[in-house]
Design a protein around this ligand. Structure first.
Ligand code: 5GP
Ligand code: ZN
Length: 114
């Protein structure tokens, strides 16, 4: 279920502190430690999967729940109406740094691509 050296597994286990904004059985959301927007949250499955190539390891209901929680935390943060981006950095060209699948939820200002 977890990887010994995975920082997000440690956050999910409560071994490393984070500003948790949503906590449920299979999905957790917390503030990004180095926020790049006025609202910058991370939504993770508690179960360790490294990236989208491993998403088959998650139950379908959890994959759906990740998106529902992204929407819920955006609503709670007050950015549902103004809009927000949901982003997965996957692999080297996307500069993925943490190899525990996570969705960035960013908003509170006009965002650009990429
Ligand atoms: P990515 O892997 O999608 O490129 O980015 C990982 C994100 O996790 C970064 O935005 C980074 O600021 C965030 N991050 C890395 N380590 C920690 C941590 O220990 N706590 C929290 N809350 N966020 C972290
Ligand atoms: Zn992990």
């Amino acid at each position: 279920m977890s990887e010994a050296d995975c920082i997000f597994c440690k956050i999910a286990a409560g071994e490393i502190d984070a500003e948790v904004v949503h906590d449920e059985d299979d999905v957790l959301a917390f503030e990004d430690i180095n926020g790049k927007a006025p609202v910058h949250l991370l939504v993770i499955p508690r179960q360790h999967v490294a990236n989208l190539e491993e998403i088959g390891g998650l139950p379908d209901a959890v994959v759906k729940r990740l998106f529902e929680v992204a929407s819920a935390v955006a609503e709670n943060a007050g950015i549902a109406e103004s809009g927000y981006a949901v982003r997965v950095n996957n692999g080297p060209d996307a500069r993925q740094e943490v190899f525990h699948l996570h969705m960035h939820v960013m908003g509170g200002r006009k965002l650009g691509m990429p």
